[in-house]
Design a protein around this ligand. Sequence first.
Ligand code: COA
Length: 217
Amino acid sequence: MTAITTLFRCPVAVKASGLLTAEADLFPEERAFIRAAVPKRRAEFATARILARKALGTLGAVPIPLVPRPDRAPTWPSGYTGSISHCDNFCAVVVARSRDVVSLGLDVENRRELDRTMQELVLTPAERQWAAVQPEALRPTLPILIFSAKEAFYKCQYPVTRGFLDFQDVELAIDWMSGTYTARVLKPEWPAAVACLSGRFLIDDDRVGCGVELLPG
Ligand SMILES: CC(C)(COP(=O)(O)OP(=O)(O)OC[C@H]1O[C@@H](n2cnc3c(N)ncnc32)[C@H](O)[C@@H]1OP(=O)(O)O)[C@@H](O)C(=O)NCCC(=O)NCCS
């Protein structure tokens, strides 16, 4: 997945790679944070921090520790924001200057079919109706696309609301031809600034990727 930058309209820096054996390059507080995790998670965490520092460096940020918050949300240097996603042996990080964007959400998933239970968890009744009438060749990919699109939306809205959303709380309108979607929160009390955001998606043979941004103003 080489075109992650195109998931965003604002100026961003993106770095992506397979898992790196990069623990030695972590700051001590990052190493301490991840010490008790299993090896795969330690590698994922380290890869994300190395890629994030590289991406931030291209925007002029000095390297600092990127220890997650207690709620697992990532932290960023003052003046910058970003988003991280992992899937099988792959990690991608997007960062931007805060003056260009309030918040970013990136999600990358292995392209796969979701079983019926997962589909019922992730897709709203309206999304299931929509998926059922799409061209047959697309249908196996739609549930994982909807999953990823909602995860990207969630990551973008979270820094603003610090609020939890269930998959059934968010409904998508997908425009297949333009590779765009709108994610709308179905809870009337949700803050207006993040109650409806647009996103973009990419699909290749192996992966599905989605990006959402909240622009200033
Ligand atoms: C945050 C969440 C969306 C991560 O998605 P995921 O597909 O499991 O995992 P990914 O590999 O794509 O993303 C992991 C990264 O998300 C980031 N992340 C974790 N919690 C986050 C949050 N609350 N807000 C923004 N980003 C978050 C982290 O940077 C993490 O990487 P790191 O641990 O190396 O720092 C998921 O774990 C979660 O908390 N879900 C609950 C809410 C939800 O999914 N609702 C349905 C959609 S509306």
